[in-house]
Design a protein around this ligand. Structure first.
Ligand SMILES: O=C(O)C(=O)C[C@]1(C(=O)O)C=C[C@@H](O)C=C1
Length: 328
Protein backbone atom coordinates (compact mmCIF):
# COMPACT_ATOMS: atom_id res chain seq x y z
CA UNK A 1 0.00 0.00 0.00
CA UNK A 2 1.40 3.40 -0.93
CA UNK A 3 1.81 6.07 1.70
CA UNK A 4 -0.75 8.18 -0.12
CA UNK A 5 -3.28 5.38 0.20
CA UNK A 6 -2.70 5.07 3.92
CA UNK A 7 -5.15 6.89 6.11
CA UNK A 8 -3.82 9.71 8.19
CA UNK A 9 -5.48 8.85 11.48
CA UNK A 10 -3.93 11.83 13.20
CA UNK A 11 -5.96 14.21 11.06
CA UNK A 12 -9.13 13.01 12.75
CA UNK A 13 -7.75 12.79 16.26
CA UNK A 14 -8.76 16.28 17.24
CA UNK A 15 -12.26 15.62 15.94
CA UNK A 16 -12.88 12.47 17.97
CA UNK A 17 -16.36 12.29 19.40
CA UNK A 18 -16.85 10.77 22.82
CA UNK A 19 -19.99 8.76 23.51
CA UNK A 20 -19.94 7.89 27.20
CA UNK A 21 -16.44 6.49 27.67
CA UNK A 22 -16.12 5.45 24.03
CA UNK A 23 -14.08 7.66 21.69
CA UNK A 24 -15.10 7.42 18.03
CA UNK A 25 -12.51 8.67 15.56
CA UNK A 26 -9.63 8.65 18.03
CA UNK A 27 -7.42 6.83 15.57
CA UNK A 28 -7.89 3.33 16.90
CA UNK A 29 -9.50 1.10 17.84
CA UNK A 30 -12.41 0.93 15.45
CA UNK A 31 -15.54 1.20 17.63
CA UNK A 32 -18.18 -1.50 17.31
CA UNK A 33 -21.57 -0.07 18.21
CA UNK A 34 -24.06 -2.85 18.77
CA UNK A 35 -21.15 -5.05 19.89
CA UNK A 36 -18.96 -4.87 23.00
CA UNK A 37 -18.07 -1.17 22.79
CA UNK A 38 -21.51 0.44 22.81
CA UNK A 39 -25.16 -0.47 22.40
CA UNK A 40 -27.87 1.30 20.52
CA UNK A 41 -31.57 1.11 20.43
CA UNK A 42 -34.18 2.31 17.97
CA UNK A 43 -37.54 3.58 19.15
CA UNK A 44 -38.89 3.53 15.60
CA UNK A 45 -40.40 0.08 15.90
CA UNK A 46 -42.59 1.22 18.81
CA UNK A 47 -44.15 4.07 16.83
CA UNK A 48 -44.53 5.99 20.07
CA UNK A 49 -46.79 3.19 21.41
CA UNK A 50 -44.62 2.41 24.44
CA UNK A 51 -43.23 5.28 26.56
CA UNK A 52 -39.63 5.99 25.53
CA UNK A 53 -38.60 6.12 29.22
CA UNK A 54 -39.74 2.55 29.70
CA UNK A 55 -37.97 1.18 26.61
CA UNK A 56 -34.70 3.00 27.29
CA UNK A 57 -34.70 2.07 31.02
CA UNK A 58 -35.17 -1.58 30.07
CA UNK A 59 -32.10 -1.35 27.80
CA UNK A 60 -30.18 0.51 30.52
CA UNK A 61 -30.96 -2.11 33.13
CA UNK A 62 -28.79 -4.68 31.35
CA UNK A 63 -26.06 -2.37 30.08
CA UNK A 64 -23.80 0.12 31.91
CA UNK A 65 -21.74 1.15 28.89
CA UNK A 66 -22.33 3.79 26.22
CA UNK A 67 -25.91 3.76 24.98
CA UNK A 68 -27.20 5.48 21.85
CA UNK A 69 -30.89 5.83 21.05
CA UNK A 70 -32.72 6.61 17.81
CA UNK A 71 -35.92 8.54 18.48
CA UNK A 72 -39.20 7.80 16.76
CA UNK A 73 -40.18 11.45 17.09
CA UNK A 74 -39.31 14.63 18.99
CA UNK A 75 -41.55 13.39 21.82
CA UNK A 76 -38.83 10.86 22.73
CA UNK A 77 -36.05 13.39 23.18
CA UNK A 78 -36.58 14.20 26.88
CA UNK A 79 -36.30 10.53 27.78
CA UNK A 80 -33.22 10.21 25.57
CA UNK A 81 -31.61 13.18 27.29
CA UNK A 82 -32.29 11.56 30.69
CA UNK A 83 -30.89 8.09 29.97
CA UNK A 84 -28.78 7.96 26.80
CA UNK A 85 -25.20 8.95 25.95
CA UNK A 86 -25.92 9.81 22.34
CA UNK A 87 -28.58 10.01 19.66
CA UNK A 88 -28.89 8.30 16.31
CA UNK A 89 -30.70 10.26 13.59
CA UNK A 90 -31.95 7.39 11.44
CA UNK A 91 -31.61 7.42 7.65
CA UNK A 92 -35.35 7.91 7.23
CA UNK A 93 -35.29 11.03 9.46
CA UNK A 94 -32.10 12.59 8.09
CA UNK A 95 -33.96 15.34 6.27
CA UNK A 96 -36.47 16.03 9.04
CA UNK A 97 -34.69 19.30 9.81
CA UNK A 98 -36.88 20.19 12.79
CA UNK A 99 -36.08 16.85 14.41
CA UNK A 100 -32.38 17.15 13.60
CA UNK A 101 -32.28 20.60 15.21
CA UNK A 102 -34.11 19.42 18.31
CA UNK A 103 -31.76 16.44 18.60
CA UNK A 104 -28.71 18.68 18.26
CA UNK A 105 -30.01 20.96 21.02
CA UNK A 106 -29.82 18.08 23.52
CA UNK A 107 -26.05 18.58 23.43
CA UNK A 108 -25.44 14.82 23.21
CA UNK A 109 -23.27 13.30 20.48
CA UNK A 110 -25.29 12.81 17.29
CA UNK A 111 -24.80 10.02 14.79
CA UNK A 112 -26.32 11.08 11.47
CA UNK A 113 -27.20 8.20 9.17
CA UNK A 114 -27.18 9.08 5.47
CA UNK A 115 -30.65 8.98 3.95
CA UNK A 116 -30.92 6.20 1.39
CA UNK A 117 -31.06 8.61 -1.53
CA UNK A 118 -29.13 11.50 0.02
CA UNK A 119 -26.14 12.99 -1.78
CA UNK A 120 -22.88 13.81 -0.03
CA UNK A 121 -23.81 17.51 0.07
CA UNK A 122 -27.23 16.82 1.59
CA UNK A 123 -25.66 14.56 4.20
CA UNK A 124 -22.94 17.06 5.12
CA UNK A 125 -25.54 19.83 5.35
CA UNK A 126 -26.99 18.03 8.39
CA UNK A 127 -23.68 18.56 10.16
CA UNK A 128 -24.14 22.31 9.61
CA UNK A 129 -27.62 22.15 11.14
CA UNK A 130 -26.15 20.52 14.25
CA UNK A 131 -23.28 22.98 14.47
CA UNK A 132 -25.73 25.88 14.04
CA UNK A 133 -27.52 24.59 17.17
CA UNK A 134 -24.20 24.67 19.04
CA UNK A 135 -23.55 20.95 18.80
CA UNK A 136 -20.22 19.97 17.27
CA UNK A 137 -20.32 16.35 18.39
CA UNK A 138 -21.33 14.83 15.08
CA UNK A 139 -20.47 11.43 13.64
CA UNK A 140 -21.53 10.52 10.11
CA UNK A 141 -22.90 7.07 9.47
CA UNK A 142 -23.05 5.55 5.98
CA UNK A 143 -26.02 3.22 5.97
CA UNK A 144 -26.50 2.20 2.37
CA UNK A 145 -28.23 3.25 -0.79
CA UNK A 146 -31.66 2.43 -2.19
CA UNK A 147 -30.82 -0.65 -4.25
CA UNK A 148 -32.62 -3.53 -2.57
CA UNK A 149 -30.02 -6.19 -1.77
CA UNK A 150 -29.79 -8.86 0.87
CA UNK A 151 -26.97 -7.07 2.70
CA UNK A 152 -26.59 -3.32 3.25
CA UNK A 153 -25.62 -1.65 -0.08
CA UNK A 154 -22.92 0.51 1.50
CA UNK A 155 -21.33 3.31 -0.47
CA UNK A 156 -17.79 3.24 0.88
CA UNK A 157 -16.46 5.80 -1.59
CA UNK A 158 -19.05 8.22 -0.30
CA UNK A 159 -18.13 7.36 3.29
CA UNK A 160 -14.47 8.12 2.62
CA UNK A 161 -15.37 11.39 0.93
CA UNK A 162 -17.57 12.36 3.91
CA UNK A 163 -14.67 11.73 6.26
CA UNK A 164 -12.27 13.76 4.17
CA UNK A 165 -14.64 16.64 3.47
CA UNK A 166 -16.10 17.00 6.96
CA UNK A 167 -13.01 16.05 9.01
CA UNK A 168 -15.43 14.19 11.27
CA UNK A 169 -15.49 10.56 12.31
CA UNK A 170 -17.44 8.24 10.05
CA UNK A 171 -18.94 4.88 10.81
CA UNK A 172 -20.59 2.28 8.60
CA UNK A 173 -23.88 0.62 9.35
CA UNK A 174 -23.32 -2.98 8.30
CA UNK A 175 -26.69 -4.47 9.29
CA UNK A 176 -26.51 -8.00 10.63
CA UNK A 177 -29.99 -8.14 12.14
CA UNK A 178 -30.94 -10.65 9.46
CA UNK A 179 -27.68 -12.55 10.01
CA UNK A 180 -26.40 -11.34 6.64
CA UNK A 181 -23.12 -9.84 7.82
CA UNK A 182 -21.66 -12.80 9.70
CA UNK A 183 -18.92 -13.53 7.16
CA UNK A 184 -17.35 -10.21 8.15
CA UNK A 185 -16.77 -9.12 4.55
CA UNK A 186 -18.71 -5.89 4.83
CA UNK A 187 -17.15 -5.10 8.20
CA UNK A 188 -13.67 -5.72 6.77
CA UNK A 189 -14.38 -3.61 3.68
CA UNK A 190 -15.65 -0.73 5.82
CA UNK A 191 -12.63 -0.91 8.14
CA UNK A 192 -10.26 -1.01 5.15
CA UNK A 193 -12.06 2.00 3.67
CA UNK A 194 -11.37 3.99 6.83
CA UNK A 195 -14.48 3.61 8.97
CA UNK A 196 -13.91 4.84 12.53
CA UNK A 197 -16.64 2.53 13.70
CA UNK A 198 -19.14 -0.11 12.71
CA UNK A 199 -22.81 0.05 13.59
CA UNK A 200 -24.53 -3.32 13.89
CA UNK A 201 -28.27 -3.77 13.94
CA UNK A 202 -29.55 -4.01 17.50
CA UNK A 203 -29.95 -7.70 18.22
CA UNK A 204 -27.33 -8.78 15.68
CA UNK A 205 -26.46 -12.43 16.48
CA UNK A 206 -23.14 -13.29 18.18
CA UNK A 207 -21.52 -14.50 14.92
CA UNK A 208 -22.07 -11.06 13.38
CA UNK A 209 -20.73 -9.29 16.46
CA UNK A 210 -17.63 -11.53 16.52
CA UNK A 211 -16.98 -10.99 12.78
CA UNK A 212 -17.23 -7.21 13.24
CA UNK A 213 -14.83 -7.24 16.19
CA UNK A 214 -12.43 -9.46 14.23
CA UNK A 215 -12.42 -6.98 11.33
CA UNK A 216 -11.91 -4.11 13.76
CA UNK A 217 -9.13 -5.87 15.69
CA UNK A 218 -7.23 -7.96 13.17
CA UNK A 219 -7.64 -6.15 9.87
CA UNK A 220 -7.33 -2.57 11.09
CA UNK A 221 -3.66 -2.87 12.23
CA UNK A 222 -2.75 -4.28 8.81
CA UNK A 223 -4.25 -1.44 6.82
CA UNK A 224 -3.78 1.49 9.20
CA UNK A 225 -0.53 2.68 10.64
CA UNK A 226 -0.89 4.17 14.11
CA UNK A 227 0.91 7.05 15.79
CA UNK A 228 0.39 6.52 19.53
CA UNK A 229 1.42 9.37 21.79
CA UNK A 230 1.49 7.71 25.20
CA UNK A 231 2.80 4.46 26.69
CA UNK A 232 -0.74 3.17 27.22
CA UNK A 233 -1.70 3.98 23.63
CA UNK A 234 1.46 2.40 22.27
CA UNK A 235 0.83 -0.78 24.30
CA UNK A 236 -2.77 -0.90 23.09
CA UNK A 237 -1.51 -0.51 19.53
CA UNK A 238 1.02 -3.33 20.01
CA UNK A 239 -1.77 -5.53 21.41
CA UNK A 240 -3.71 -4.98 18.18
CA UNK A 241 -0.69 -5.82 16.02
CA UNK A 242 -0.06 -8.93 18.15
CA UNK A 243 -3.68 -9.99 17.63
CA UNK A 244 -3.14 -9.81 13.87
CA UNK A 245 0.23 -11.56 14.21
CA UNK A 246 -1.25 -14.38 16.28
CA UNK A 247 -4.01 -14.88 13.73
CA UNK A 248 -1.44 -15.14 10.95
CA UNK A 249 0.84 -17.43 12.99
CA UNK A 250 -2.06 -19.80 13.61
CA UNK A 251 -2.82 -19.79 9.91
CA UNK A 252 0.85 -20.31 9.01
CA UNK A 253 1.23 -23.26 11.33
CA UNK A 254 -1.81 -24.94 9.74
CA UNK A 255 -0.33 -24.48 6.26
CA UNK A 256 3.09 -25.73 7.37
CA UNK A 257 1.30 -28.82 8.78
CA UNK A 258 -0.35 -29.43 5.40
CA UNK A 259 3.05 -29.17 3.68
CA UNK A 260 4.55 -31.76 6.06
CA UNK A 261 1.78 -34.20 5.13
CA UNK A 262 2.24 -33.53 1.40
CA UNK A 263 6.06 -33.76 1.30
CA UNK A 264 7.65 -37.15 0.62
CA UNK A 265 9.67 -36.62 3.83
CA UNK A 266 8.05 -34.24 6.26
CA UNK A 267 8.99 -32.85 9.69
CA UNK A 268 12.52 -32.02 10.83
CA UNK A 269 13.88 -34.80 8.64
CA UNK A 270 12.65 -33.12 5.46
CA UNK A 271 13.83 -29.62 6.39
CA UNK A 272 14.72 -27.47 3.38
CA UNK A 273 17.18 -24.74 4.43
CA UNK A 274 17.33 -23.16 0.97
CA UNK A 275 13.55 -22.64 0.99
CA UNK A 276 13.83 -21.08 4.47
CA UNK A 277 16.58 -18.72 3.32
CA UNK A 278 14.46 -17.61 0.37
CA UNK A 279 11.36 -16.96 2.45
CA UNK A 280 13.36 -14.91 4.94
CA UNK A 281 14.83 -12.86 2.06
CA UNK A 282 11.33 -12.24 0.66
CA UNK A 283 10.04 -11.19 4.08
CA UNK A 284 12.96 -8.82 4.57
CA UNK A 285 11.65 -6.77 1.63
CA UNK A 286 8.51 -6.08 3.70
CA UNK A 287 10.43 -5.69 6.95
CA UNK A 288 13.48 -3.71 5.82
CA UNK A 289 14.23 -2.33 9.29
CA UNK A 290 14.61 -5.83 10.66
CA UNK A 291 16.40 -7.10 7.57
CA UNK A 292 17.39 -10.70 6.83
CA UNK A 293 19.84 -10.98 9.71
CA UNK A 294 17.29 -10.14 12.42
CA UNK A 295 14.40 -11.91 10.72
CA UNK A 296 16.24 -15.21 10.30
CA UNK A 297 16.21 -16.25 13.99
CA UNK A 298 12.57 -15.12 14.32
CA UNK A 299 11.49 -17.24 11.36
CA UNK A 300 13.66 -20.13 12.52
CA UNK A 301 11.71 -20.17 15.80
CA UNK A 302 8.39 -19.92 13.94
CA UNK A 303 9.29 -22.72 11.52
CA UNK A 304 10.58 -25.00 14.26
CA UNK A 305 7.43 -24.44 16.33
CA UNK A 306 5.39 -25.43 13.25
CA UNK A 307 7.51 -28.56 12.66
CA UNK A 308 7.26 -29.58 16.33
CA UNK A 309 3.48 -29.16 16.23
CA UNK A 310 3.22 -31.11 12.95
CA UNK A 311 5.28 -33.97 14.42
CA UNK A 312 3.24 -33.99 17.63
CA UNK A 313 -0.02 -34.04 15.68
CA UNK A 314 1.29 -36.82 13.44
CA UNK A 315 2.23 -38.79 16.56
CA UNK A 316 -1.26 -38.25 18.00
CA UNK A 317 -2.86 -39.37 14.73
CA UNK A 318 -0.71 -42.53 14.69
CA UNK A 319 -1.68 -43.29 18.28
CA UNK A 320 -5.35 -42.85 17.41
CA UNK A 321 -5.13 -45.18 14.41
CA UNK A 322 -3.16 -47.90 16.29
CA UNK A 323 -4.95 -47.56 19.61
CA UNK A 324 -3.48 -45.92 22.71
CA UNK A 325 -0.32 -47.50 24.24
CA UNK A 326 -2.47 -48.75 27.17
CA UNK A 327 -4.48 -50.89 24.78
CA UNK A 328 -1.63 -51.92 22.53
O1 LIG B 1 8.18 -25.48 2.47
C1 LIG B 1 8.43 -26.53 3.06
O2 LIG B 1 9.04 -27.46 2.52
C2 LIG B 1 8.04 -26.70 4.46
O3 LIG B 1 8.19 -27.78 5.02
C3 LIG B 1 7.50 -25.53 5.21
C4 LIG B 1 8.58 -24.83 6.00
C5 LIG B 1 7.91 -23.58 6.63
O4 LIG B 1 7.39 -23.66 7.75
O5 LIG B 1 7.82 -22.58 5.92
C6 LIG B 1 9.07 -25.74 7.04
C7 LIG B 1 10.23 -26.41 6.94
C8 LIG B 1 11.12 -26.27 5.80
O6 LIG B 1 12.48 -26.32 6.17
C9 LIG B 1 10.82 -25.11 4.98
C10 LIG B 1 9.67 -24.40 5.11
Amino acid sequence: MSNAAQLDRRAVRGRAVRVGDLAIGDGMPVAVIGGQDARWLSLRGHHGGIPADEVICRARAGWDGPLLVEPFSAADLDAIARHADGVVVGAAWMQDFALVRAVARLGLPVIVQRGRAATLEEWLAIVDYCVAEGNDLVVLCESGSRTPLEGVPLDLTLMRAARERSGRPVIASIGGGDGGADDGVLAAAAVAAGADGLLLDPGAPPAVVIAAHEAATVLAPLVRPEAPATLAEARAAIDRVDAALATLLERRVALAGTIQRLKPVGGFQGRDMERERRLVAAMACRAPRLGEERLAPVMNAVIEAGLRLAEAERGDARLRSHGSPDHA
